[in-house]
Design a protein around this ligand. Structure first.
Ligand SMILES: [Zn+2]
Length: 104
């Protein structure tokens, strides 16, 4: 196996460095809307979280997204993101596994 350069990003909640594809991107649009970006292509300021519910909860607790997105993120937005994540989790895993092949 030859070594490949894997792009790493930091989870804003727990601070762990992870391969970019294992993280979920949260984006704040120019209009100020904070949402999950599964495609990684939405424009706006982005932040990364581990693809697991625990890190959404952790981010909510330590207000990590407020800092990362340089904006006030309401508790209800954190709630929304956490429940959105549970809905998109299967898709996220599918996209992540597809990306793995593209990276070769
Ligand atoms: Zn994390």
């Amino acid at each position: 196996m030859k070594p490949r350069k894997i792009p790493l990003r930091k989870c804003v909640a727990c601070g762990e460095m992870m391969p970019k594809k294992s993280l979920i991107r949260i984006v704040r649009s120019p209009e100020g809307e904070v949402s999950i970006d599964l495609t990684g292509k939405k424009s706006g300021r982005g932040a990364y979280l581990c693809g697991k519910e625990a890190c959404f909860r952790l981010a909510q607790k330590n207000r990590a997204l407020d800092r990362a997105l340089k904006a006030q993120v309401g508790q209800e937005v954190y709630e929304q993101l956490a429940s959105d994540f549970l809905k998109v989790e299967p898709q996220f895993i599918k996209v992540r596994d597809e990306k793995e092949e593209e990276d070769e």
